[in-house]
Ligand binder design. Structure first.
Ligand code: DX5
Ligand code: ZN
Length: 228
């Protein structure tokens, strides 16, 4: 792997009472993206943050906001997030009636678009939309909560998707990022990157970093070193 690793801390594990400060701190610590988890208590059994919070944190950082929609239905929220300053928007294909249309909608609004596949979701969802994807996100856990354990079968899926992306680009296709979300830690990030991920979400790993070990900057450096 020659590309540089992008790290996207998930603010699901941040201190919600101090979100502005928290996103500034991860940017200063070297984060590449802010990962923003949207849960609706319908597609997933949890409830988090929406476009108003995205708009509120937008002026605090220059890095991109990576909005992960765990909601059903999907389409009505997309313009709200685009207006609120999202740069990337990903969604779960089972939560959209018209996956191709939803991907187009995201791009029409000027954001990068991506699909998120759960641990049990087949890669077939990618078959007919490779040209509409800027990013593919593979879940390393079942969506809904931070702090879960990485499901090892994700590694085989990462390798398979990396091959699909390579084949797509070899035949003249656009670049597609490969992101992994859930259970990424210092002790498994090397395997994950070797399997093909170029973008790693890390929630609890980053936000539970002890100050004594250099805080957010320390853990982000440790993640990069472990991945290298
Ligand atoms: C899970 C979320 C993840 C989560 C990752 O549904 O999509 O982004 O916050 O948290 P960790 O890194 O703690 O597994
Ligand atoms: Zn997420």
């Amino acid at each position: 792997m020659t590309q540089t690793l992008r790290i996207a801390p998930s603010i699901l594990s941040a201190d919600f009472a101090r979100l502005g400060e928290e996103v500034r701190a991860i940017e200063a610590a070297g984060a590449d993206l802010v990962h923003f988890d949207v849960m609706d208590n319908h597609y997933v059994p949890n409830l988090t943050i929406g476009p108003l919070v995205c708009e509120a944190i937008r002026p605090h950082v220059k890095i991109g906001i990576d909005v992960h929609l765990m909601v059903e239905p999907v389409d009505s929220l997309i313009p709200l997030f685009a207006r609120a300053g999202a740069n990337l928007i990903t969604f779960h294909p089972e939560a959209s009636r018209h996956v191709d249309r939803t991907l187009s909608l995201i791009r029409e609004l000027g954001c990068k678009a991506g699909l998120v596949l759960n641990p049990a979701s087949p890669l077939d969802w990618l078959d007919h939309v490779m040209d509409k994807l800027d990013i593919i996100l593979l879940m390393g856990v079942n969506p809904g909560f931070g702090g879960q354990k990485f499901i090892p079968s994700t590694l085989g899926k990462l390798r398979a998707v990396r091959q699909r992306i390579a084949a797509h680009q070899d035949s003249g296709g656009q670049p597609i990022w490969l992101e992994v979300d859930g259970g990424v830690k210092i002790d498994n990030i090397q395997q994950i990157v070797r399997a093909g991920a170029d973008t790693c979400v890390a929630g609890s790993a980053v936000f539970s970093a002890p100050d004594a070990d250099g805080g957010y900057r320390g853990v982000m450096q440790a993640l990069r070193q472990a991945a290298a």
